[in-house]
Write a protein that binds this ligand. Structure first.
Ligand code: GLN
Length: 303
């Protein structure tokens, strides 16, 4: 922000932005208008309210109005800023990854409750996307001096690039996390076989976590524009009944879990019964469903 070369105050610019978004029917228009203003000018909320007379440069004004017009076109806010907060950390995001949802924090929090510091606790994240779940778990574990490491797997090389960038940005060391391009378990570990049971167990995991695609194909057209046009379709589409990935994960996960290992899956609000039944038929026990803050079924835990 500057006092020179400017015509408009932050307050006026914000009001312009907000009105445009309200007019376009964008939910949370005022909030998005402010977050974009803050992204462009670095103004904090307290400074914004304390100094409504601050002015912006012509360049800032132009950039802000350009971003507002993209947001009017339903481009998600997080794609415009390239950032999304999850579990208190800021993650880089782009069009190659599903934007982290606040609802998914319950999956990360559930995983945290399973961490143990003894030995080398290993976590496998299937379909890691931005890496937000696994990387935030590793960051929390560090705070509590727990020795936790993980493998982040995704079928999308573009997603893995984002996850790697996030690991770097969060300062997670390379011996804590590795990244594998893999269609579910297909490339996870060739050494996990029954001929080398001992070596295999070291390579296996204490936790397998996943927020797989779970939207039934025919429901995708009904999702809001930000989701159906800008989240990657491969991160959403769970096949005809939305359950394809649960079937595949339930069938294969047992080979990759240690004796006392647990499987943690995010589910759609109406999938608890079906996913529990799938897990049961693949031999999982101690199946527990957890709700999110909105009171909807969100996570299934199984052993
Ligand atoms: N929860 C996401 C949504 O509602 C979907 C995420 C997923 O398919 N894993 O759009």
């Amino acid at each position: 922000m500057s006092t020179k070369d400017s015509s408009v105050t932050i307050t006026e610019l914000f009001n312009q932005g907000k009105e445009k978004l309200v007019g376009a029917g964008i939910p949370d228009a005022a909030n998005d208008a402010f977050l974009l203003l803050s992204f462009v000018t670095k103004v904090t909320r307290s400074r914004f309210y304390a100094h409504p007379e601050l002015t912006v440069s012509k360049d800032e004004e132009r950039l802000y109005l350009r971003l507002i017009s993209k947001r009017k076109d339903r481009i998600p806010l997080q794609h415009l800023t390239g950032e999304c907060d999850f579990m208190g950390y800021t993650f880089y995001v782009n069009e190659n990854v599903l934007i982290p949802r606040q609802d998914t924090e319950i999956l990360a929090e559930t995983a945290l409750s399973f961490l143990r510091g003894s030995g080398s606790f290993r976590i496998l994240d299937i379909g890691t996307g931005s890496g937000c779940i696994l990387l935030s778990i590793i960051k929390f574990a560090e705070q509590y001096d727990l020795s936790v490491s993980g493998v982040a797997a995704d079928i999308s090389a573009g997603a893995l690039d984002v996850a790697k960038k996030n690991a770097e940005r969060l300062g997670i060391s390379k011996d804590r996390v590795s990244f594998i391009e893999s269609d579910l378990f297909s490339s996870i570990n060739s050494s996990i076989d029954n001929k080398r049971p001992k070596a295999a167990d070291e390579e296996k995991f204490d936790l397998i976590i996943s927020n797989p695609p779970y939207i039934p194909t025919s429901d995708i057209d009904e999702l809001q524009d930000e989701v159906r046009f800008y989240d990657p379709a491969i991160a959403l589409d769970g096949g005809e009944d939305g359950l394809d990935f649960y079937r595949k994960i339930a069938a294969e996960a047992p080979d990759y879990l240690r004796e006392s290992g647990e499987l943690l899956l995010e589910i759609g609000f109406n999938q608890a019964k079906d996913v529990s039944a799938i897990l049961k038929s693949d031999g999982f026990t101690d199946i527990v469903v957890k709700k999110d803050l909105a009171g909807l079924d969100r996570v299934v835990i199984a052993r």
